[in-house]
Design a binder for this molecule. Structure first.
Ligand SMILES: [Fe+2]
Length: 381
């Protein structure tokens, strides 16, 4: 089997090793003459980024780069990005990187056409209809990790730098016009990032699958996403140059994000405040809080998880699945407690209050009350 394909679900996805070389062609097809490549600070000097800029440059599209992007991107990064986009006279965004580069890139393309503040487009009710659609710049997404799935998503997570809360900014036009999934770009990921981002994909699949909303298409995608993670994340972790494993993880990441249109849950509700306050790695934080949340949700998801376990070839129903998660975490060097990520018990009340109003909380199969959130944080820390 050749792991190369063109998919049009949920957007145009050019999937396969080496396909970054098509970047300039896709710019031209979209009418982009002066793209701005947006990525995070750490990735900017790396060879994969410079290679992407070389490809643009060779095609006469310049090599403009904006990389003033934090690992949890903020409104400050966003304002600077929009300014760079406008000052440079750009007409399209290449959102490049892990979650931070992708989310900020998408949001810059969107905000380039807006006059209202970004918080007016938080994912609440129909607030997205406030947006002016004409000025939104076309987006090409190029993921360099396999976890966030932001390359196929219609939202960005932006941290409010004043309140230190993470807000989901939503608009259908956040969905990139083209996504290039080139697994070779993920080969250089350090082991700890392979583990963290891979566990983020796993968390998306397990939470989407477990959420109580009716969306059988997403449930099916989540299930196969779980299987791909189970088969290939340990392989990608052991040997970062295993392109087949990297490719399947890239699919699993995209599938997790497609699936979570069905909803997320308390893994993310707990993880978001921890990330906003302590700047921890999102996927790694999810991996740490996953077992206590699974136990908490057990009464509502036992049968469902039993079916997933059967599909994954895990015996023992819910208990077998739970033990498998613990084993997977251990294999990937995930710490058992949040304290290992620098999280203390002193801000539990504040984090619990944030968790229950997080937009993901409503998708948890068991109601996440304030007391439950406090208790979960105690167990996790
Ligand atoms: Fe996530």
């Amino acid at each position: 089997m050749t792991i190369t394909a063109n998919w049009s679900y949920p957007t145009a996805i050019k999937f396969g090793a080496g396909r970054i070389k098509e970047l300039a062609d896709h710019c031209k097809a979209l009418g982009i003459k002066k793209p701005l490549l947006i990525t995070d600070r750490g990735l900017a000097p790396m060879p994969i980024t410079q290679n992407a800029l070389d490809i643009l440059d060779a095609a006469g599209l310049g090599r403009a780069l904006f990389s003033d992007v934090d690992s949890n991107p903020t409104d400050v990064n966003l304002t600077a990005g929009v300014k760079a986009f406008k000052d440079g006279g750009h007409d399209g965004v290449i959102a490049f990187g892990g979650g931070s580069g992708l989310d900020l890139g998408k949001c810059v393309a969107f905000m380039a056409g807006q006059s209202r503040p970004v918080w007016d487009f938080e994912d609440i009710g129909d607030w997205w209809t406030r947006a002016s659609v004409e000025g939104i710049a076309p987006i090409i997404a190029v993921p360099t990790t396999a976890g966030t799935g932001s390359e196929v998503g219609r939202a960005s997570v932006i941290t409010n730098s004043e309140t230190h809360t993470k807000k989901v900014i939503f608009h259908p036009k956040f969905l990139p016009a083209v996504t290039i999934c080139d697994p070779e770009l993920t080969v250089g990921m350090p082991k700890v990032i392979t583990a963290g981002t891979g566990m983020d994909a796993f968390a998306h699949c397990v939470e989407a699958y477990s959420s109580p909303f009716y969306h059988p298409m997403s449930a099916g995608i989540a299930l196969e996403g779980l299987r791909l993670v189970k088969e290939y994340l340990p392989r990608a972790y052991k040997d970062g140059a295993d392109i087949e494993a990297r490719a399947h993880m890239m699919s699993a990441a995209a599938m997790g994000a497609v699936a979570f249109q069905k909803g997320l849950g308390a893994i993310h509700s707990l993880s978001h405040p921890v990330g906003a306050i302590y700047n921890t790695h999102h996927g790694m934080t999810n991996a740490v809080v996953m077992p206590p949340v699974l136990r908490f949700n057990r009464p509502a998801i036992e049968d469902k998880i039993g079916m997933a376990a059967a599909y994954l070839g895990i015996s023992g129903g819910f208990d077998g699945f739970y033990d498998y998660v613990l084993k997977l975490r251990e294999e990937l060097g995930v710490p058992d407690k949040l304290s290992a990520l620098g999280v203390g018990t002193d801000r539990i009340d504040e984090m619990a209050a944030m968790a229950i109003v997080d937009p993901t909380a409503g998708g948890n199969p068991v109601e996440l009350t304030l007391d439950a959130a406090k208790q979960l944080f105690k167990e996790c820390i």
